[in-house]
Design a protein around this ligand. Structure first.
Ligand code: CA
Length: 273
């Protein structure tokens, strides 16, 4: 009977409308906040554990449900990694069950990790993780806006999450920030060490900047150096009218290829399954 109840508790609700409870979100540390042995950053749908020494673990959740007094998050991907979180006084407790542990045996002998709230990042860790963690939250907002199936809210969300300066447009530095943060998230998802994360965001910064320039220039129709919602939505927010010209005959499209914008590719990926 207990097993059955547990099994029922584990029956999935689709990607939890509420996300991880607010009180559990934010940045946590083990040891002193100035020199933590590990950081834990929790967003609505992600848990990033960042040891000072060792591989990062980023779990992006596709489902959440209560599990006793814990919140159980189930990650995307074939392994469906699981993370359990709960408040403990002013602190946070987490468990990361082994992939081989069956759902009906949870939590088994999974160790409980204790975390304390860390509000101010030390400079080194802020430089290493700050931008990536910010973009992690931005990606969630983009996914939520873009998976609705229409383009206009997706483009509006891209500008909203990327617009640091508040002018309602995206400049080269703002696009580069999104690309650097995405590179960080990819590296963290692959279990990068701090050194590898520094490489992804540091050495990758030049590449991100070059890509950002191409992306902005490719869509900056009025040439002001920034991308507006209208520029991002050009030919995309609605179907173009079926005009054309009956004269002429088909030529070679290949010669015109390669020019499509990187941001458009990004939006397509984000909106995908
Ligand atoms: Ca522009």
């Amino acid at each position: 009977m207990k097993r059955l109840l547990l099994a029922l508790m584990l029956v999935g609700t689709p990607a939890a409308a509420q996300g991880i409870p607010d009180a559990l979100r934010g940045t946590w540390g083990q040891g002193a906040c100035a020199t933590p042995s590990a950081l834990l950053h929790v967003t609505a749908r992600s848990v990033a554990r960042l040891p000072a020494d060792g591989p990062a673990r980023l779990v992006r959740l596709r489902g959440l449900r209560p599990f006793g007094d814990w919140t159980l998050g189930i990650g995307a991907g074939a392994e469906a990694p699981r993370v359990l979180l709960r408040a403990a006084g002013d602190g946070l407790e987490t468990m990361e069950p082994d992939a081989k542990l069956r759902d009906d045996r949870l939590p088994g002998d999974t160790p409980v990790l204790q975390w304390q709230r860390c509000t101010t990042p030390p400079p080194g860790l802020a430089a290493l993780h700050g931008e990536g963690l910010a973009v992690l939250a931005a990606l969630e907002r983009l996914e939520a806006a873009c998976q609705g199936g229409t383009t206009a809210p997706c483009i509006a969300a891209l500008v909203a999450v990327g617009d640091v300066s508040g002018d309602g447009m995206l400049g080269v530095a703002e696009v580069a920030r999104l690309l650097r943060g995405t590179a960080w998230a990819l590296a963290a998802q692959d279990g990068a060490t701090p050194a590898a994360l520094a490489g992804a965001t540091g050495l990758g910064a030049a590449a991100a900047l070059a890509l950002a320039r191409i992306a902005v220039e490719g869509l900056d129709f009025d040439g002001d150096g920034r991308l507006s919602v209208a520029e991002l939505g050009q030919d995309r927010a609605q179907w173009p009218a079926g005009t054309g010209d009956p004269a002429g005959r088909p030529g070679a499209l290949e010669a015109l290829g390669e020019g499509a914008g990187l941001l458009r590719a990004l939006l397509e990926r984000v909106a995908g399954p």
